[in-house]
Design a protein around this ligand. Structure first.
Ligand code: S6P
Ligand code: ZN
Length: 188
């Protein structure tokens, strides 16, 4: 191949591989409080895996102009009626947008703006989602297999998880008569 370099990191359409790929796993004990039905949550095992992330972060976090890339895998299941989902976050720097695209499975992207208006976009293989700046994002698996999706976001976006931990999303996604339905978050 002459002087053409081979990329160290690969994406085969399903997984990221290479020495620079970081992996993280969220089990129920890490994120129990994000689910509305705490009694149902207590009945499930601490070590239940909810989601996993493979990420490629080629520049230091905070690099202006850099880009990060990640694949998220959410396992199927529910806590009570609420689908397994990610913790969800605003970006620390509010004017940073992001792309998601669905690779496999069925799900929903929950989006919430600064005024706490929440809406969803259906995720299915091939669906592409532009998450505007200043909008919180969380994904839920509404299907019976693993939901996986890719993400690309600015390296200086950062994460504001605390605001979601404190205030939650204004709506939750639950299974109602077999159908994913967005309802007001019950007051605790
Ligand atoms: C990062 C991007 C995703 C999420 C991942 C897990 O900006 O939105 O890679 O980090 O889906 O979700 P969370 O809310 O736990 O970071
Ligand atoms: Zn994000």
């Amino acid at each position: 191949m002459g002087n053409i370099l081979l990329a160290e990191t690969r994406y085969d359409g399903r997984h990221l591989t290479g020495t620079d790929v970081e992996r993280s796993v969220k089990t129920l004990k890490d994120i129990r409080s994000i689910f509305s039905d705490s009694e149902a949550g207590r009945k499930l095992p601490d070590e239940q895996v909810i989601y996993e992330v493979e990420s490629y972060l080629p520049v230091p976090s905070g690099t202006l102009g850099g880009l990060f890339f990640g694949i998220t895998f959410i396992h199927p299941g529910r806590v009570g009626d609420e689908y397994f989902m990610t913790r969800g976050h605003f970006h620390q720097i509010q004017d940073r947008a992001e792309y998601y695209w669905c690779i496999a499975g069925e799900g929903a992207l929950l989006l919430m703006d600064q005024q706490r208006n929440t809406w969803t976009e259906k995720m299915y293989p091939g669906s592409l989602h532009y998450i505007p700046a200043g909008v919180a994002h969380r994904t839920a698996n509404t299907g019976s297999g693993v939901l996986s999706f890719g993400a690309c976001w600015p390296a200086d976006a950062g994460y504001d998880y605390e605001r979601i931990d404190r205030e939650g999303f204004s709506k939750i996604l639950v299974r109602k008569e077999g159908i994913p339905t967005l309802i007001d978050r019950p007051t605790r």
